[in-house]
Design a binder for this molecule. Structure first.
Ligand SMILES: [Zn+2]
Length: 367
């Protein structure tokens, strides 16, 4: 979904023009990310959603006037005209954003690529061309591969959720860190899940507020989706992620792109329900076997500071490997984990693994 990236890129550019400080001062958080306090939730290892969520009460009192409606486009609930969002929107020099019209859906509900000049690909539209490097100046390219060879960047989308403690327990038992792409609506709905994600040492990133197709949205809607997701994560965990990933639908085209066959295991790793959680658990040994290193994206990209706040840091790849030699296992040559195509062997020599869209906020210097 390149145009998503392009929309994202517009956002990135806008945010850069705005300046990170301007974003962060639009809202605040009373949470110290280094001292997260999560009450003991008794059903922590249950796979029974009802049981796990039974006693789950959000620890925050949210002022409904400050938030979009859950699972609706983030301009909902009057956010598009709120003083907070209006100030943010107006602080951005939109003349510097790429001029890309929102894409449309086909009658079948998919992306409508009809009439788009794929060869020219002026929008760097991923869905049309798999473009990941925007043509506009000062727009950050997507992160699509780990820098380190034979490394799998472990990521999960769509959380958090009250029913995922068993899965987080599994990761904890395996001393495994992952990148968690959280949906803003879920962060507000299940804040303990987000808090646990950070407390457990996972790398948090955004995954939009309402899980819409970002390239079909206007600039205002895209900004709201990114902003309120960022605000939600900050409000609940105390950190503001600098990275985000567009939604699953954006990656469907990957299925026909052999290059990313092995990435499917990552892209399809969703925190939606216990079935997908179990799927992720079942596939984990195969990933571990076939890759020398399985790490979160911040680590595999050597991004020690993936948040605006600097109080939470992540090890560099070398630091992690030297600290935990036991993660260095496997041959690095391999057939696929779980039904992926035979291209996985080739992939392992190139790095495989993840697909994060353009940067939210910070300057291109990070990459
Ligand atoms: Zn998703």
């Amino acid at each position: 979904m390149v145009w998503k990236y392009q929309a994202a890129a517009a956002m990135t550019l806008g945010m850069a023009a705005l300046g990170v400080q301007g974003v962060t001062t639009n809202y605040s958080s009373t949470v110290d990310p280094t001292k997260l306090n999560i009450p003991n939730i008794p059903q922590t290892t249950s796979h029974d959603v009802a049981a796990q969520c039974q006693y789950y009460q959000p620890p925050f009192t949210l002022n409904p006037k400050e938030w979009p409606t859950s699972w609706e486009i983030a301009t909902s609930n009057g956010m598009n005209t709120s003083a907070e969002f209006t100030a943010l929107y107006n602080s951005i020099d939109w003349t510097k954003a790429p001029n890309i019209q929102p894409k449309t859906l086909s009658a079948e509900g998919g992306l409508n690529l009809q009439g788009y000049d794929v060869q020219g690909d002026k929008d760097c539209w991923w869905s049309a061309s798999q473009c990941t490097k925007p043509k506009a100046a000062d727009v950050n390219p997507d992160i699509v591969q780990c820098l380190e060879p034979n490394t799998w960047g472990l990521t999960y989308d769509d959380g958090p959720n009250c029913s995922h403690n068993a899965f987080y327990d599994f990761l904890e038992q395996n001393q495994q860190k992952a990148s968690m792409f959280y949906i803003g609506s879920n962060v507000i709905g299940w804040p303990y899940g987000a808090m646990r994600g950070l407390k457990d040492g996972h790398h948090l990133a955004g995954h939009t507020w309402s899980h819409k197709l970002m390239t079909t949205l206007t600039n205002q809607e895209v900004l709201a989706e990114l902003y309120f997701t960022s605000k939600a994560i900050k409000y609940v965990t105390g950190v503001t992620p600098l990275h985000w990933r567009p939604n699953y639908e954006d990656f469907i085209a990957m299925g026909s792109n052999g290059t990313f066959n092995t990435v499917g295991n990552i892209v399809l790793s969703h925190e939606i329900n216990n079935m997908t959680m179990d799927f992720a658990v079942q596939n984990y040994p195969a990933i571990k076997k076939n890759y020398k290193h399985v790490v979160d994206v911040a680590t595999c990209m050597n991004i020690s500071n993936p948040y605006i706040e600097k109080s939470i840091t992540y090890p560099t790849f070398d630091q992690l490997v030297s600290k935990n030699g036991s993660t260095v296992t496997g041959s690095g040559v391999s057939p696929a984990a779980s039904g992926s195509s035979s291209s996985m062997g080739a992939q392992t020599t190139v790095n495989a693994a993840l697909f994060i869209a353009a940067l939210f906020g910070v300057g291109a210097s990070l990459f």
